[in-house]
Design a protein around this ligand. Structure first.
Ligand SMILES: [Zn+2]
Ligand SMILES: [Zn+2]
Length: 134
């Protein structure tokens, strides 16, 4: 279980952290706000934004930003990649394989550069959408 790195944990920040950690859906700030309100009706959207920002800055959660759509928040801080469904927007975690790392390290366009990491995302139609289609 991961512990919050903040010495001064606010109750609100703790709850927001728990929400992001427990969801696998990579929620947006608005989605976190909707869930946080169920437990803390007094919480404001601004507070949720501010705490998400603090948690992301300290590395307790990750912010994932793609070309389109609002920023999403990821409770999984271990190294991983994403698959995004272009139909329903679902974002699934992909555990990195040695082949992916090898490809990044040996790509001809990267020769001469020092590679410290890479970001990769797969786009397509998720299994749920595939099921509903057929
Ligand atoms: Zn889908
Ligand atoms: Zn993720």
């Amino acid at each position: 279980m991961q512990e919050l790195s903040h010495r001064r944990k606010s109750k609100q920040r703790g709850l927001i952290f728990e929400i992001v950690r427990s969801l696998k859906s990579h929620p947006t700030a608005d989605e976190v706000y909707e869930i946080a309100r169920l437990t803390m009706p007094a919480v404001s959207l601004g507070t949720v934004y501010r705490n998400l920002r603090l948690l992301a800055d300290s590395g307790d959660i990750h912010e994932v930003q793609f070309e389109t759509g609002p920023a999403r928040f990821d409770g999984m801080t271990e190294e991983h990649e994403h698959f995004i469904c272009t139909k329903c927007g679902a974002m699934r975690d992909i555990s990195p394989t040695p082949a992916m790392k090898y490809a990044a390290a040996t790509h001809p366009d990267l020769i001469g550069h020092s590679i410290n990491g890479y970001k990769l995302s797969f786009n397509g139609i998720c299994s749920e959408c595939n099921k509903n289609h057929s």
